[in-house]
Design a protein around this ligand. Structure first.
Ligand code: ADE
Length: 225
């Protein structure tokens, strides 16, 4: 899989995409993540990527030209399955969408900034708008990191223990059951006996019950989806 991220602040994306599991997934050749600086596609002396909005409102708007030039260059090199724009107006991001994106071959993520992007980019280039929640960030870069992170970690082979990505919270609309590690007793708090029993059928039953009980208590909305 290849993920191209288009931004006016590439510095914001450097470290989150190049550490830990994402770093190893790239080293293993499971995914290629390429960050592009939109300022490199602005041709005036000051490398301007934004301008005042028509209509005289406050704030700046990202210009069409650098975005179209870069996207069209990328499209001349390979076919993209989805051109995503990160925006609070978008469809709410969730595990189902992460799963879907992880099956695609090539995606572009365009990070919004300033007051937004020229609407013609949204109408004629973008194929999917994604919001990571009902709050406003200073820009789409952190949202792009969240999307890239959640997509890459479920690519087969990205996580050492293959099974663990499938038992995450949300994979089956249930929160994950509690987990414990050694010592079996800490400050008088004991790990549930069943987990020490070695009886894997009983452990699996307990985990299912816990997942259901926690979901019912903490996120009952998930049970109705
Ligand atoms: N850009 C600004 N706020 C955002 C949000 N909530 N989701 C995605 N992109 C954003």
């Amino acid at each position: 899989m290849r993920i191209d991220i288009l931004t006016v602040v590439p510095e914001l994306l450097t470290s989150p995409l190049h550490e830990s599991i994402l770093k190893r997934a790239q080293e293993k050749g499971l995914v290629e993540i390429v960050v592009h600086n939109l300022h490199d596609y602005a041709h005036d002396r000051r490398k301007t990527t934004d301008d005042y909005p028509f209509g005289g409102e406050a704030g700046m708007v990202m210009k069409c030209e650098p975005v179209f030039e870069l996207v069209e260059k990328l499209q001349s090199e390979r076919r993209y399955d989805e051109i995503i724009y990160t925006s609070p107006d978008g469809a709410r991001y969730d595990q189902h969408e992460a799963n879907r994106l992880s099956t695609l071959e090539n995606i572009i993520i365009l990070c919004g900034h300033y007051k937004g992007i020229d609407h013609r980019i949204r109408e004629h280039l973008v194929t999917r708008e994604i919001s990571i929640g009902d709050y406003v960030l200073t820009g789409g870069e952190l949202a792009a990191c969240i999307i890239a992170d959640s997509v890459v970690r479920i690519i087969p082979g990205a996580i050492g223990d293959e099974a663990s990505a499938l038992t995450d919270s949300f994979q089956d609309n249930l929160l994950a059951p509690p987990v414990y590690t050694r010592p079996a007793e800490f400050r008088g708090w004991r790990v549930p006996d069943v987990l020490l029993s070695g009886n894997f059928a009983e452990i699996a039953k307990w985990q299912d019950e816990q997942a259901y009980e926690r979901t019912k208590r903490l996120r009952p909305d998930l049970l109705n989806e």
